[in-house]
Ligand binder design. Structure first.
Ligand code: G
Ligand code: G
Ligand code: MN
Ligand code: NA
Length: 249
């Protein structure tokens, strides 16, 4: 429980912060969005990645508090980037919280933030159980104009049926498929099929984890709509992203 107590204190002391990773057009020429990624600036341990602390918060009211902080902070930062879509990750327990949809709706109103510029990233784990309850919440958000993306697509075990059941606007091709696509015919074939699937379903698609030029060349060739990865930009501070946007990237 030590970590949980520390996290509560971290929230009070403002030790959490967000990095933003750019999302670019398929040709790589323009930044059209950014994904908010939480970090913890620990007074003794330095910068801690979410994998080391979010799993401990998940399922407790702490995850709700952290999630609400992330949403508010990301939307406030994104007010400075009026052309960008801001992507925010939502945990399974967060979406199940009774105040989730009202909270999103209140925040958009309070900040005057256009719903269409907010994209919520949901994993399969979040839609797997309590399917009906989650579906009606996603429908409500969708009706508000918020965009819904299915994150880490292809890594779960029944992704395709989720595409039928839920009104996702986008899916994000997991980086495990992109990582080796220049060396593995299977990975390349899967990525190409997924890009075609998005097209056939009228959905947007982002390929994640692009690190090499060969990977970009392939994705450009097959017409992948959006791209994200270290090759185009690592998760960076809000100020750095702002500079790149201002520079017309
Ligand atoms: O930031 P990093 O690349 O280390 O992210 C690791 C994982 O943590 C990713 O799966 C990402 O979705 C998740 N993550 C990062 N920031 C947040 C957040 O603000 N909320 C939730 N629920 N997950 C996050
Ligand atoms: O929410 P999601 O699981 O998609 O979180 C994105 C995670 O992927 C973050 O931890 C981010 O730092 C990481 N990431 C983004 N681009 C790359 C990349 O090009 N290579 C690798 N190895 N990780 C990446
Ligand atoms: Mn994500
Ligand atoms: Na992902």
């Amino acid at each position: 429980r030590l970590m949980e107590k520390e996290m509560r204190r971290a929230l009070e002391r403002n030790e959490f912060f967000l990095r933003y990773q750019p999302i670019v057009t398929g040709d790589g020429s323009r930044i059209v969005g950014a994904e908010a990624l939480i970090r913890w600036r620990h007074p003794k341990r330095g910068e801690i990645l979410p994998a080391a602390f979010l799993p401990i918060a998940e399922g407790t009211d702490l995850m709700w508090s952290i999630g609400a902080w992330v949403l508010r902070s990301a939307l406030k930062d994104a007010l400075s980037w009026p052309e960008l879509t801001i992507a925010v990750n939502v945990s399974p327990s967060q979406i199940r919280h009774p105040d989730f949809v009202p909270n999103v709706s209140r925040l958009l109103e309070e900040l005057g933030f256009p719903a269409s510029r907010l994209e919520l990233e949901i994993t399969e784990a979040a839609v797997m159980d309590h399917t009906d309850a989650v579906k009606s919440k996603l429908d409500e958000l969708h009706d508000l104009g918020v965009r819904i993306a299915l994150d880490d697509f292809g890594t779960g075990y029944s992704s395709l049926s989720y595409l039928r059941q839920f009104q996702f606007d986008k899916f994000k091709i997991d980086r495990s498929f992109v990582m080796n696509l220049e060396h593995e015919a299977e990975s390349a074939a899967i990525v190409e099929a997924l890009v075609n699937l998005a097209d056939a379903l009228g959905m947007a698609v982002t390929a994640e984890g692009i690190e090499a030029r060969e990977q970009h060349d392939f994705l450009k060739e097959i017409g992948c709509e959006f791209l994200q990865g270290f090759y185009f930009g690592k998760p960076m501070l809000a100020g750095e992203l702002g500079q790149r946007v201002l520079a017309g990237e």
